[in-house]
Write a protein that binds this ligand. Structure first.
Ligand SMILES: [Zn+2]
Length: 462
């Protein structure tokens, strides 16, 4: 059932040498719908499947040539037990003011420029360059975690190569800049820059100076995608946002961005509402301060029925939450112990936690503690905000990734990590992704790509 309307195909050009990467002869057992019997064949099959998915979703009459390699990526930083680069991709060429482009003086990635021109503007030259890190399959890079070569999304704790290839090709189709952000190449914005908007500055990137864009690049929570198609589709993919609302005192009353926990009940099922109390425990070998929540609380009677405020550090998030639960708390707020512009995600697993737990930034925590230590009553609730989707701003824009320390290659050209559920084009691959393109396709449509027509649903009356 080919959905593809254009005659162009997404072609994978294997540039690996004999015996390496896509040609790795190491025997492999067919897995999850991938019939390949060598590691190289399995890698190529995943690429072909991801290319087919893109081909089914983007409409062009010009073949898109993807120059692909599977080789060690000596990243900076180098791949370690816990962190590494999975793959990299970029358009191999950009054009501006070529035939058929909708906007003048804007760089378009070559595959999109070809689509508008309805001809191959760079005949004989490949369009997208993509490279995957074969070291992921060794023990020195990400430890026992390897690529999963099945096509059925049953990757377990391994990394689903299919999703990573979809992600990287998204960069190649246009979710990238021609120059390193915030620079423009030859003073001309890329099509993605034209849709990059700073809600607090009230300007798009193509309307700003380089200095203004440099400030905007780290404007966490305020750098967004300005595109009507993404905006109209966010509700199809994202859940309402979990938030911390302080209702009193007035000095700190507002909604706060929170980090979510991988354990415990979700806030939609178990909201919590009440006073906040700073948890106290002994300074001991479990934890050196009286506010780290690492041992049995000494003010359990004050915490019971309230929301416990605990500092991050030393012991696990699960231990802190369990101690709060044992003291009778109805919820937990973990305050970050380092300066960062977004609240940390709280990792861990536990089956015995029945109260919700979230995190806030150190800055927000300091403001909260100032009220509590002067004996002011602080009323709060942990709840879903039905007026705002997770990962969007209150104006309804989807946030772009703009961490306060710039991450070259990741900043701007990904969605913010507050999107829930996780999206394909977030900088870190989530384990809960749809096995598909989610909002990625709509971001590309905002840039000028089109989708093939779908067959309409018919009704037969006789
Ligand atoms: Zn990426």
């Amino acid at each position: 059932m080919p959905l593809f309307a254009g005659t162009g195909k997404v072609l994978i050009i294997n540039i690996d040498g004999a015996g390496t990467g896509f040609n790795d002869p190491t025997p492999a057992t067919p897995v999850g719908g991938n019939a390949g019997t060598t590691r190289g064949q399995q890698r190529l099959n995943v690429f072909l499947a991801a290319a087919q998915t893109w081909q089914n979703n983007l409409d062009t009459n010009v073949d898109v040539r993807v120059r692909a390699s599977f080789a060690p990526i000596i990243g900076n930083p180098a791949c370690t037990d816990t962190e590494g680069i999975l793959g990299q991709a970029s358009p191999m060429d950009w054009r501006h003011d070529t035939q058929g482009v909708p906007m003048a003086n804007v760089w378009y990635p070559i595959a999109l420029a070809n689509k508008f021109a309805n001809t191959d503007l760079s005949a004989g030259v490949d369009d997208i360059n993509v490279r995957f890190n074969s070291d992921v399959d060794t023990a020195t890079c990400l430890g026992a975690t390897s690529f999963y070569y099945g096509l059925d999304n049953k990757h377990g704790t391994d990394i689903d190569l299919y999703n990573v290839v979809l992600h990287e090709l998204g960069h190649g189709f246009g979710i990238s800049g021609k120059a390193n952000a915030p620079a423009f190449s030859e003073g001309i914005p890329a099509i993605s820059d034209v849709h990059t908007f700073d809600v607090s500055a009230g300007q798009r990137w193509d309307q700003m100076t380089t200095a203004q864009r440099n400030t905007s690049l780290t404007n966490t929570g305020n750098l967004v995608w300005d595109g009507a198609v993404v905006r109209s589709q966010t509700g199809q993919f994202l859940s309402p946002m979990s938030t911390l609302t302080i209702s009193a005192p007035a000095a700190i009353a507002k909604n706060y961005d929170v980090g979510l926990a991988a354990f415990g009940p979700t806030i939609d099922k178990t909201p919590a509402s009440g006073r906040i109390v700073i948890a106290q425990d002994e300074a001991n070998t479990d934890g050196p301060t009286t506010t780290d929540g690492c041992s049995t609380f000494t003010n359990a009677s004050a915490v019971a029925g309230r929301i416990a405020l605990i500092d991050r550090g030393v012991c696990t998030f699960v231990t802190k939450t369990r101690n709060a639960q044992n003291a009778g708390a109805i919820g937990v707020i973990v305050v970050d112990n380092a300066s960062a512009c977004s609240a940390p995600s709280l990792g861990g697993t536990a089956t015995d936690i029945t109260i919700p737990v979230i995190s806030i930034t150190q800055t927000d925590g300091t403001a909260l503690k100032a009220q509590l230590t002067s004996n002011t009553t602080v009323d709060a609730s942990l709840h879903l905000d039905p007026s705002q989707l997770a990962g969007t701003t209150k104006q309804g824009y989807l946030r772009l990734y703009a961490p306060c320390v710039v991450e070259p290659g990741s900043s701007v050209h990904h969605w913010d990590t507050t999107a829930t559920p996780n999206l394909l084009m977030e900088p870190f691959i989530g384990s809960d992704l749809l096995h598909g393109l989610d909002l990625t396709i709509y971001q590309l449509i905002d840039m000028g790509w089109t989708q093939p027509p779908r067959s309409g649903r018919r009704i037969l009356k006789k």
